[in-house]
Structures are given as C-alpha cells and as structure tokens.
Design a protein around this ligand. Structure first.
Ligand code: ZN
Length: 197
C-alpha cells in the first residue's frame, strides 16, 4: 500500500458508508497507516480522523483536540466501543469529509469508551465535552454513519443544497474517471479486508 498517496475522501464517497470490521492484529503495517493519518488530520485542521475517511476499511480513528501536532495529546482508538453514556447535549458539528458544512447534532454528554492502543493494549477512557462528541462522531464513521444522518429534518433540509453540490462534484469526477465506480470501490475494500483478515 502506498501510504504517501493516502488522502481524505469527501461525501458521498461510498467508503464513508462502509461498516468497518474489527481489526484482528495490531502490527507494523497498521502502525504505519496510523502514523500517516496524523499529518492528514492536521493539514485539514481537524480534531479527529477515522480510517474510513482515508478510504480504508479499518476500525480505527485518531484524535488530537488541539489541532496542532506540537500541542495536545495524540490518541489512537482501535476497535473502539462506547459502553456507558450520560446526559445529552446539542452542538454544532462538522466533518473533514464534508468540508464547510456544519449542523447541530445531539450527542451523549459523557461516555466511556473502550479500545486498543498502538501497542495492542486495551484501555478504557471516560470522556466528556468536545472529546466525547469527537469519539461518538468517529465511531459513527466506522459504522458508515455521518453527522448529517443525525440532523433534525428541518436542519437536514437547510444543508440539502450544499450536499447536492458535493454529490454533483463526485458524480462528475466519477464520470470522467477521476473517481472509481462504486463497484470498484467495493471490490477494493473487500480485497483490503481479506488481506488483514
Ligand atoms: Zn467526520
């Protein structure tokens, strides 16, 4: 896999709708992929990035709430599972795969997340606020869900036009061969899953 070619894909790329299967082993290849995710996230000025967003069917996401490589804490969540939740809160949310589009999303205020780190060790974190929101947003990505799926109907209608622009852009790129067909995307994901099974 050419890791230098990895880039963030945009709505409505079909990999964003893929449910990624749990990772079977934490090895050097996986660590390399994850290492390449951080610069992509910083370049896009994001606080979180899921593997689905770089067109890979892996159950892993990264975070750094400070948006800067030299600041904050870089976190890696492999096979994350949200186990406990408390309270709900609505806040504006965006996504690196739908740049420029924002909408209010209701999330759990406090959560407990269990996952594995880069060494393959299991850990458990209790998080709240922006961190909790980010974790829920990224776990959604691994299940093929986007924040726009969680908008109230009125708010979704407001964003419809902006999303249609992304759809038109994607279709035209696919028609002129800049983007693979949906079948080709599905075949590639299946092949990558087989390689890491
Ligand atoms: Zn996102």
């Amino acid at each position: 896999m050419d890791l230098s070619a990895l880039e963030i894909i945009h709505y409505p790329h079909p990999t964003l709708r893929h449910t990624s299967r749990p990772i079977q082993r934490v090895d050097d290849e996986l660590r390399d992929i994850i290492r390449h995710m951080f610069p992509l996230m910083y370049e896009a000025r994001g606080v979180g990035l899921a593997a689905n967003q770089i067109d890979l069917p892996l159950r892993v996401f990264i975070t750094n709430l400070e948006v800067e490589p030299e600041e904050g804490e870089e976190r890696v969540f492999i096979n994350p599972v949200i186990s406990q939740t408390k309270g709900i809160i609505e806040q504006e949310e965006g996504c690196l795969s739908i740049p420029g589009v924002l909408g209010p999303v209701v999330r759990q205020e406090k959560i407990t997340v269990e996952a594995y780190d880069l060494t393959g060790e299991a850990f458990c974190s209790e998080v709240e606020g922006l961190f909790a929101r980010g974790v829920q947003h990224e776990v959604d990505h691994l299940d093929g869900k986007l924040f726009i799926d969680r908008l109230a109907p009125g708010q979704a209608a407001e964003l419809r036009e902006a999303l249609e622009e992304f759809e038109i852009d994607y279709r035209s790129k696919r028609e002129c061969g800049e983007m693979p067909s949906d079948e080709a995307v599905a075949a590639r994901l299946a092949e990558l899953e087989k390689l890491r099974a």
